[in-house]
Design a binder for this molecule. Sequence first.
Ligand code: ZN
Length: 320
Amino acid sequence: MISRLLLQTLSGDKMSVFLFHKVPLQSDPLVPAQVDLARFEHVLDCTLSQLRVLPLEEAIVGLQNRRLPRGAACITFDDGYPDWITGVLPLLRRRNLHATFFITSGQFDGVPLWHERIAAAVRCLPGPFLDLGVAFLPAQSVATLAARCLLVQRLEQELKYLTPTRREELLQQLEAAAGVTPEQVPVMTEAQLRDLYSQGFGVGGHTALHPILDYCNASEVAAEIGGARERLQAIVGGPIHGFAYPNGRPYADFSRLHVDAVKQAGYRYAVTTHWGVARATTSPFQIPRFTPWAERRWHMTYQLARNLLVAPVQVAETAV
Ligand SMILES: [Zn+2]
């Protein structure tokens, strides 16, 4: 009760947007940091139950018109995973909660998310060492589960900041070493995306191949931002208004050029991964988001209350 009061008091004229990614039905020992379905349900029932969950687009309009209810919160997911269909969707429906899903469109053309390819390959690597012969990755042990977990983290960190072409080369090298192919990685199907959309959930763009936009040339930026929007619209048969910047940190992962490209592509709003809350003065093209990770209820409430006090960093936008 006290925590509800605290959150309601701190949240006037502010919009909290929660960010989740893959929510596996059971936790994956190779990626233990992922929020699995049981933990996600805990967040829904312990924290989000104390807030007023609204559809993201509706909340943005309310914020701008200064008609946002106290405790306003939105739920978002990034990337696109088939696990959502049987996992999070029934949990959300049962509680009558809306969520918006930002989807990478490349998976509908047979290209799984690059970090999913890493996990699938590392799982199958023969031991006891991996040596790809690249300078930033000296020979690594894969003899134990702990070593493989570390390798997944290391590869994700290193491959994240490569150009799409160089990243693809290394992924293919890794897959060859593991004896696997990208086709073995589960992806969302067009029918699953249409199903999600037809249930009333929001769908937004999240590029085609999930590159760091600052590492893309102009034609890649256009394809990743505008091309992905057209692809998703063709699949769901309706307009796509929202976009999520890959990796999402202002200045580090995207800049003014990309905010401009998002506007030019016809999106109406965009979300980042910078923590904090949106206020009426926050640009609708740089809405901050937050993921609570604590396990205990009081700790999660503390994280959320603290997030309500954070003013997000935003890149300077081109004046219109
Ligand atoms: Zn993402």
